[in-house]
Design a protein around this ligand. Sequence first.
Ligand SMILES: O=C(NCc1ccc(CNCc2ncc[nH]2)cc1)c1csc2nc[nH]c(=O)c12
Length: 243
Amino acid sequence: MKFEVLTIFPEVIECYLKHGVVGRALNKGIAEVKVYNLRDFTTDRHRKVDDYPYGGGAGMVMQIEPFYNALRHIKSDGIPRKVILLSPQGRRFSQRIAKEFYKEEKTLTLICGRYEGIDERIKAFVDEEISIGDYVLSGGELAALVIIDSVVRLIPGALGDELSAEEDSFMKGFLDYPHYTRPEEFEGMRVPDILLSGDHKKIALWRKKEALRNTLKNRPDLLKNLSAEDMKILKELCSEINK
Ligand SMILES: O=C(NCc1ccc(CNCc2ncc[nH]2)cc1)c1csc2nc[nH]c(=O)c12
């Protein structure tokens, strides 16, 4: 899986990609990220990337030329790409979209805007517009990293033990269960005895129940088309809560 990022802050992207799961995946050659500094595709002495908006108004707008020059340079290898514009106006990103991008197996070219956004004519060179949520960021770089991180995790071999990819309970549609590790007691707070019991069947049941508890509390919208077993656990949970 290949990614390309167009940004005026390449260091922001590069420093994140040195660490953790994504860093290791890149080192293993499981994925590849090329970061392009937009200013390298300007033609003026001041390496200008923005200008005043036609029609007036506050803020600056990013010019189309540097993006166009960069895309023309990148596309000259003729390899098929999916060009994604990161913007607050985009389709809301999700695990489902991450899987879609992974399955397409095309190089993902991620365009990051700053200021008030990019000249609208960029849309002529864009396949998809993606937002990562309903909050205002200062640019597209964090969104580009969110996409890279979530898609790289889907590549076989990217995660240490394959299990944790499968185990991602979000993949199973619920929020996660609580996690504990040593010490057994901390500031008077003990690890639930069930987790020390070694009874794997009971532990699995406890984890499913706690995942449902968390989901009911924080994301009831995820509680749809439950299996009969899950429904039974949820009912048990509700009767406990309503005691
Ligand atoms: O480039 C991004 N943000 C920079 C940015 C922020 C605010 C404005 C100005 N908007 C004025 C307005 N809004 C509604 C009506 N008028 C433009 C550009 C970005 C990329 S993906 C993403 N996902 C979630 N949030 C984000 O901000 C982003």
